[in-house]
Design a binder for this molecule. Structure first.
Ligand SMILES: [Zn+2]
Length: 246
């Protein structure tokens, strides 16, 4: 395991953690890391880590404490209103809120991978429990965006990727999303969240950040290639259910 250099900028917004850490949630913000520290503080929010495009990592809060990063969120039928108690929050700097691949630099992703390496070993976090903010809050949050390299992460053992040759038996959209872990109170929003993570070609790029933040739930969003969507959904459900059984 590589040694990780941290810049300490601790937040005053936290509470002591009692729950077991189960999830790592990836976020992004258009702001620079130091601007993020300031902004989170002003909003009464916090994250555990903030990674800049230069690859430098700020520790905003000790992992032993609960950070206020997830807001209203759920996964796998979790009972609490928020996953804060059970998660580690990592913010990344991404100029267009992660809509472009070029938002994320190699240095930054390398730092993220080193950090994940450390956290997963230290806290015994399962790989399917590394998720994006949009996954756990489909109708509220668009981050880390369609430019985020989920497949690269999965290639390093963080998060899961799918194989289109291995499909779940079900062809029921709701059942499949539910099997993966998504909350489906708002099916249309969940559909977008799924595509943001696993099928970004289905999500139109909206580089105007203000639009994106104000229109996370997109009324005009329609799946273009329904066959491909369902096949991908079945493949993702297959790999998630297989991993959860282990
Ligand atoms: Zn977020």
């Amino acid at each position: 395991m590589k040694e990780i250099e941290l810049i300490i900028e601790h937040s005053k917004h936290f509470r002591v953690r009692y729950g077991e850490i189960k999830y790592i949630i990836i976020h992004c913000s258009t702001k620079s890391p130091y601007e993020q520290v300031k902004q989170l503080d002003q909003l009464g929010l916090s994250a555990h880590f903030i990674i800049g495009r230069d690859g430098k990592i700020i520790e905003n809060l000790s992992v032993d404490n609960v950070a206020y990063h997830a807001g209203i969120s759920s996964w796998d039928k979790s009972l609490d209103k928020s996953l804060n108690e059970y998660s580690i929050g990592i913010e990344l700097e991404a100029p267009t809120l992660g809509q472009l691949k070029s938002d994320y630099t190699n240095k930054q992703i390398r730092s993220l991978l080193n950090l994940l390496d450390y956290l997963v070993v230290c806290y015994g976090i399962r790989k399917e429990n590394i998720l994006g903010h949009s996954d756990i809050a489909p109708d509220g949050k668009p981050d880390p965006g369609i430019g985020f390299p989920w497949k690269t992460l999965a290639n390093h053992g963080f998060g899961l990727w799918y194989d289109l040759r291995s499909l779940d038996k079900s062809i029921d959209e709701v059942e499949l999303l539910d099997k993966i872990g998504y909350n489906i109170d708002n099916l249309k929003a969940t559909r977008i969240a799924f595509c943001r993570h696993f099928l970004p070609s289905e999500v139109d790029k909206k580089v105007e950040v203000k639009w994106l933040v104000d229109n996370v739930f997109d009324d005009v969003f329609e799946i273009k290639n329904k066959e491909k969507y369902l096949k991908t959904l079945r493949a993702v459900a297959k790999v998630y259910t297989k991993n959860k059984e282990k």
